[in-house]
Design a protein around this ligand. Structure first.
Ligand code: GDG
Length: 478
């Protein structure tokens, strides 16, 4: 294959053998065809006109530095205090500061310049996630007409959510600069198309693609998955019990970055409701792994405090000298250990209020012993629910419903557990992460670039070639 693959993601993967489904899939895709992985340097510093070479084998990894101020405004600000809450239906947490959007655009513009300086005609680019929505728009302005794909890992916002943005119209214009826009679920695709349907600058072509000025974007769902075989292998690896003398009789597991979108307070409350109705002879535990994340953002400090309070209250109320019902671990656990914890759990709780996909749900299913599997309790608002109708689907806002689902899961017959697990496993295998990346890249390769490659036409500033400002748009639609 002559073309290189250039991947852009917020963080670069660490050195050494890659682990974790997404990283492995992208690593394999770049290693197979040759290419470059670009991401933000973990440390802030001086903004530079060149990339820093982080690694050269088996492919190049290039980092760009954020200044301290950009880290505040672009990363913690616009990306994580505007776009993240907005896409997770938490308009109440959106923090609108003009410098956030200014620096978000400035960082994407600088990154576009760095990429434009090194991109070759045949390269294809795959940009990941909400940190880089305007990147293709900025690249087009610099005369980069390569095929560019984008994958949004989080939910696509509704029209009402979008109206919270200072300039909602930019969203549609930025995304239209990609050739292929990949979303997690069919529901996300429907929301995106609704956005274009309501935008007078957009036109639907007979093949379902969206024409926006000179650009044509194809919007498709590519439900992301995990490396199923690898996770199953790790889960089945024999190892001494991690509990030592504290082995619980039976336990339900939860694994989430400590994020307000994951519905952790509701989950704890629901577990408390379940404990209320439990006979004294039953001593179930909730093992909750919740490593910290984005701790500089106030909303994350608040949720951490809230969760500690709830766990403390419930344990104070229900614990006995020889039983702690909620074991809340606020740090990361090794992946291998996590896989084994999943395998021995009677049930897994995924109670996200909004979630692009939720890989934990898929990891739990992959980790089970098919002869004696645990039960997945899954929020209907997680993308994973779209193809896993045989999980116990719950409304995460309804704590009584979650409490009932816990009881149902723990009492479920072996036959029903096997039947539900087999159906969920089939869905998990169908979205294996290697298939996910090859489907996305296959489709991106088939996309026609809107304009012929015109290297050297870099101008900087001005409107993107496919832009729709002014009367061009009307002429185009006439
Ligand atoms: C975003 C979207 C979408 C968690 N704690 C530990 C640990 N983890 C691992 C899990 C899982 C991953 O982190 C979390 O993935 P999720 O999909 O659940 O959630 P986000 O981090 O929010 O990811 C999401 C995803 O992107 C992919 O597109 O599904 O909707 O929000 O793999 O196992 N891993 C280890 N220790 C921990 O303590 N080793």
């Amino acid at each position: 294959m002559p073309e290189r693959l250039i991947v852009v993601s917020n963080r670069l993967p660490g050195g050494g053998k890659p682990s974790g489904g997404l990283v492995v899939a992208l690593h394999d895709a770049i290693a197979d065809r040759g290419g470059i992985w670009i991401g933000a340097h973990p440390e802030t510093g001086e903004a530079s006109d060149t990339f820093e070479e982080v690694e050269t084998t088996p492919y190049r990894k290039l980092a760009f530095r954020l200044t301290e101020e950009e880290q505040e405004n672009y990363y913690l600000g616009f990306a994580n205090s505007v776009l993240w809450p907005l896409c997770h239906r938490r308009g109440d947490l959106v923090d609108l500061q003009s410098e956030y959007e200014r620096d978000y655009i400035a960082v994407n513009r600088r990154l576009a310049r760095l990429i434009a300086d090194m991109v070759e005609e045949e390269d294809i680019l795959w940009i990941h996630d909400y940190h880089f929505l305007p990147l293709a728009y900025e690249l087009r302005k610099l005369g980069v007409f390569n095929r560019i794909g984008f994958f949004l890992h989080i939910p696509f916002p509704s029209l009402a959510d979008l109206s919270v943005l200072p300039t909602p119209a930019s969203f549609a214009e930025w995304l239209a600069s990609y050739n292929l826009l990949g979303l997690q679920t069919r529901r996300d695709v429907a929301r995106c198309l609704e956005m274009y349907r309501s935008d007078p600058r957009a036109e639907f072509l007979p093949d379902g693609t969206v024409k926006f000025g000179m650009n044509v974007v194809s919007v498709r769902s590519f439900p992301i998955g995990i490396d199923v075989a690898d996770f199953a292998r790790a889960a089945a690896e024999p190892a001494p019990s991690p509990f030592g003398r504290e082995e619980p009789d039976e336990y339900v597991i939860g694994v989430d970055r400590l994020d307000y979108s994951k519905g952790l307070p509701n989950r704890f409350h629901a577990f408390g409701e379940f404990l209320e109705t439990c006979p004294d002879t039953r001593r179930p535990c909730l093992i909750q792994i919740a490593p910290p994340t984005r701790e500089q953002v106030k909303a994350y400090q608040d949720i951490t405090r809230e969760l500690e309070e709830i766990a403390g209250r419930l344990n104070g109320r229900f614990a006995a000298l020889d039983w702690t019902p909620i074991r809340y671990i606020h740090r990361a656990v090794e992946r291998e250990e996590l896989a084994r914890l999943h395998r021995n759990a009677k049930a897994c709780l995924v109670t996200s209020l909004a979630d692009g996909m939720n890989l934990v749900a898929k990891e739990f299913v992959a980790a089970q012993d098919p002869d004696d599997p645990g039960v997945l309790i899954l929020s209907k608002f997680a993308g994973a629910a779209e193809d896993m109708g045989q999980a116990l689907l719950v409304n995460p806002y309804n704590t009584s419903e979650i409490a009932e689902a816990i009881e149902t899961a723990l009492d479920m017959s072996l036959e029903e557990r096997r039947r539900r697990h087999a159906a969920c496993l089939e869905a998990v295998e169908a979205s294996d992460v290697s298939l996910w990346s090859s489907h996305f890249l296959g489709m991106l390769e088939r996309c026609m670039p809107t304009l012929p490659v015109r290297r050297g036409a870099a101008g900087g500033g001005g409107e993107a070639p496919g832009g729709t400002g002014g009367s061009g748009m009307m002429a185009d639609r006439a």
